[in-house]
Design a protein around this ligand. Structure first.
Ligand code: IPD
Ligand code: CA
Ligand code: CA
Ligand code: CA
Length: 269
């Protein structure tokens, strides 16, 4: 239905509490047995924790906010056909491969939108206990401390987030186009959690992140963080990202985003 008089302060407090609670549940699972199953193939993993955490969020949201929509990776939420009203987009564990192999470098990602506009973004690095949070028009915070806005930079002075997959032949982009990123930047990084990589762009730990395919739950929170920090988030074609489908994602500091768009992706000189 139509959502009016949304109490954002209450939503923020509840989401924050639920995310820390989810973090505790995940940390407590570190020592126990884990059931790992393949989804589509041997590299597409899911655990009981991914599913349990998503169900935990959905139960809480349904109880407090029966008129909100919820989209989650593991499919316990709603079938979403529009972004009307309040929409929660949740990745219970982003970086499941890291969660399984490393027990670090994964995050809980929650983005909350109102009629398609990002309002609250949370990326919680459970193992490091780092909460990246942004609220539209109210700044970006790391563990409650306000972070500075992103300043312009250039490729030659940048650390660039990109997965090696996109630097090998693939069906989404001519990989040879991207090779100058490796040569011209100060270095490339790949952390294996899109949500964390976007949180790192938002907080200035890396300067840009480029990937050819993400789902809404991978980027929903990170997009809010980066935009609030003054960074740019588009598809690799430079167009606006759609919340309701898979997209390529290219995000980064101002200046750098434009330079890479023009000189690398569009190939202008
Ligand atoms: C994955 C991670 C990874 C990205 C994949 C995602 P998951 O999410 O974000 O970094 O490269 O495209 O599917 O499955 O671990 O939540
Ligand atoms: Ca997954
Ligand atoms: Ca994910
Ligand atoms: Ca996931």
């Amino acid at each position: 239905g139509i959502v009016e008089n949304v109490d954002w302060l209450e939503i923020k407090r509840k989401a924050d509490a639920w995310i820390f609670e989810a973090g505790k549940l995940i940390r407590n699972s570190f020592n126990g047995d884990r059931t790992i199953t393949y989804k589509s193939h041997a590299a597409d993993l899911v655990t009981e924790m991914d599913k349990g955490i998503e169900r935990f969020f959905i139960k809480n949201i349904r109880e407090s906010y029966p008129d909100h929509q919820v989209l989650g990776e593991e499919g316990y939420g709603d079938e979403i056909s529009d972004s009307k009203g309040v929409l929660w987009i949740i990745d219970p564990i982003d970086g499941t491969t890291n969660f399984i192999h490393q027990q670090t470098n994964f995050a809980v990602s929650v983005g909350i939108y109102h009629n398609g506009t990002g309002i609250l973004g949370f990326v919680y690095d459970v193992a490091r206990d780092e909460m990246f949070f942004a609220e539209k028009s109210n700044g970006i915070y790391l563990n409650g401390n306000k972070l500075p806005s992103l300043q312009e930079t250039v490729l030659e002075e940048s650390v660039f987030g990109i997965n090696a997959t996109w630097l090998t032949p693939n069906r989404r982009i001519d990989h040879t186009k991207l090779l100058p990123i490796v040569k011209r930047s100060r270095g490339t990084r790949s952390y294996g959690s899109a949500a964390l990589e976007m949180a790192y762009v938002a907080s200035g730990r890396i300067d840009a992140y480029l990937t050819m395919r993400l789902s809404p739950w991978d980027f929903a929170a990170g997009k809010i963080l980066i935009e609030e920090a003054g960074g740019i988030v588009t598809t690799v074609e430079g167009s606006e990202i759609s919340l309701l489908q898979q997209n390529s994602v290219f995000c980064g500091k101002p200046g750098l985003h434009e330079q890479v768009m023009n000189e690398i992706i569009l190939g202008k000189k």
